[in-house]
Write a protein that binds this ligand. Structure first.
Ligand SMILES: [Fe+2]
Length: 249
């Protein structure tokens, strides 16, 4: 059966009462989740992918607040993965769900591209081995990969220097170890809409639930577009249909 997945990213939660780049990142996350819950009431939601930079201040209490905020709007399985502002062992200590979500037909698989305290992507051998283990769960016909860093250039040199290197080799390797089940990938980090292709695979970058980066900018620049998220319709014929939404109010 077709699945519908909510993809959120780059929430950058800070301590209660604090803001980041003049943004109350808990308020914008709540606005995203409230609108997405309205979408879900009409069209359903089977799971959530939260693709990193969930905290800007990576403490156990901030991560637990992230989970509480999400649970105020949704009670579906969630797959969290770390971004460059996250600290993996703190996420684990806080109990963030980080295991693959596996149905009969589709399999949501995270790939850890982060290193604690470093902006640059790094997919280490141990990260690949975690994916190999994850892919052994279930026998879905299709796998959607989720990572933090982009797998393609986003035309922002200050961001592009930190993207995942060798994406085609990586996707080919993943496709081999998954027995040709990879159908595409989603990622965060770019804080803007990205649509690209790696080999035969479509890849989709999602806006941030907080603040956006200006497209086509050589240097760091904040954009005035609103908080966003995307829906991923995973179809019976093994395709990924992506729909980006911005908070309207
Ligand atoms: Fe981010």
């Amino acid at each position: 059966m077709a699945r519908r997945v909510l993809h959120i990213s780059d929430c950058h939660l800070v301590a209660p009462g604090e803001t980041l780049l003049q943004t109350d990142t808990e308020a914008t996350l709540r606005a995203v989740l409230e609108q997405a819950a309205g979408d879900a009431a009409r069209n359903g939601c089977d799971a959530i992918i939260a693709s990193g930079d969930l905290a800007h201040t990576p403490t156990v209490s901030v991560y637990q607040r992230f989970l509480r905020v999400v649970s105020d709007y949704f009670s579906v399985p969630i797959l969290c993965l770390p971004g460059n502002h996250d600290v993996l062992h703190v996420m684990q200590e806080a109990g963030l769900p980080m295991d693959s979500i596996v149905w009969q037909d589709w399999h949501l698989q995270a790939l850890d591209s982060h290193e604690d305290d470093k902006p640059k992507a790094l997919v280490a051998d141990r990260d690949r081995q975690v994916v190999v283990q994850g892919l052994k769960k279930g026998a879905a016909h299709s796998v959607l990969l989720a990572t933090h860093h982009p797998l393609v250039e986003v035309d922002c040199p200050w961001l592009d220097k930190d993207r995942i290197v060798g994406p085609l080799e990586l996707m080919n390797w993943l496709n081999n170890v998954s027995e040709q089940r990879i159908r595409g990938a989603v990622f965060g980090h770019a804080h803007q809409v990205v649509e690209g292709q790696v080999g035969v695979w479509p890849v989709f970058g999602v806006p941030s639930t907080g603040f956006q980066f200006r497209p086509h900018s050589a240097k760091f620049a904040v954009d005035d577009q609103g908080p966003g998220y995307q829906w991923l319709d995973l179809t019976d014929d093994k395709k990924i249909k992506r729909t980006v939404r911005r908070v309207e109010s």
